[in-house]
Design a protein around this ligand. Sequence first.
Ligand code: URA
Length: 280
Amino acid sequence: MDTAPHDDSTPGPDEGWSEDVELAPVHPGDRGGSGTDASAEGERLQKVLARAGVASRRVVENMVDQGRISVNGRTVAVQGMRVDPERDKIAVDGVRIELRDDRVTYALNKPPGVITAMSDDRNRPTVGDMVGDLAPGLVHVGRLDQDTEGLLLVTNDGELAHRLAHPSYEVKKTYLAQVSGPVPRDMARRLRSGVELEDGPVKVDSFRVVDTHAGQSVVEVVLHEGRKHIVRRLLAAVGLPVSRLTRTAVGPVKLERMRSGSIRRLSRAEVGALQEAVGL
Ligand code: URA
């Protein structure tokens, strides 16, 4: 009979390392400071990604083995890592994935005539009418003029909305404008170097002529300004009055083939790309 006193410092075959500690020794998102073991909190990565529809748990495990998943910028090297879907930034093949289930972001193709407001006391058609009760707490991200059509984002993520609309985050917005008259050859250079408007100068990030036909041109303007009527005022100031204006992209999200008046929910990867664009 073994009568040796039990040595607490030597784990027996079934003691010591818990499965959690063995499988997830390091939590890359550990922000330190608390002294607690963050790896024991949160949810398993493969469960979170499976719930988000990325792939089955088994396939997510294979993706981990292949080094395709990162948490807070570091490639996950072990199985069973625990993450906090509220705070950790998880990317698959370098593409950030939004993991929170309670935040939704929609893209709308706003028709001309609809006002950018969630409601209107004069009963004019609004963006709020378009989204109806898709989700509580939706707000529009910035504004389009009543006559402007195209991509408008609507979200219940207040911080995302704020950052996307705020010029300091420099999110590029792309517009197609139909203008009268031929476009002078040096226009791109002129617009990139800056044009003085009554409320200060404005510069574009890029400008190109897409088409010219029968005395009209279609031009693409990219800028990260949010001032009222900025594209119309800018182009009018350089002698190109706008007869039709469509926003075709907000940062990484594109209007593409959305029909006028239609709405679609952004994918988790599209929301992740928006978050990346504004440092969230
Ligand atoms: N610039 C404009 O002139 N109008 C818009 O709606 C958006 C940008």
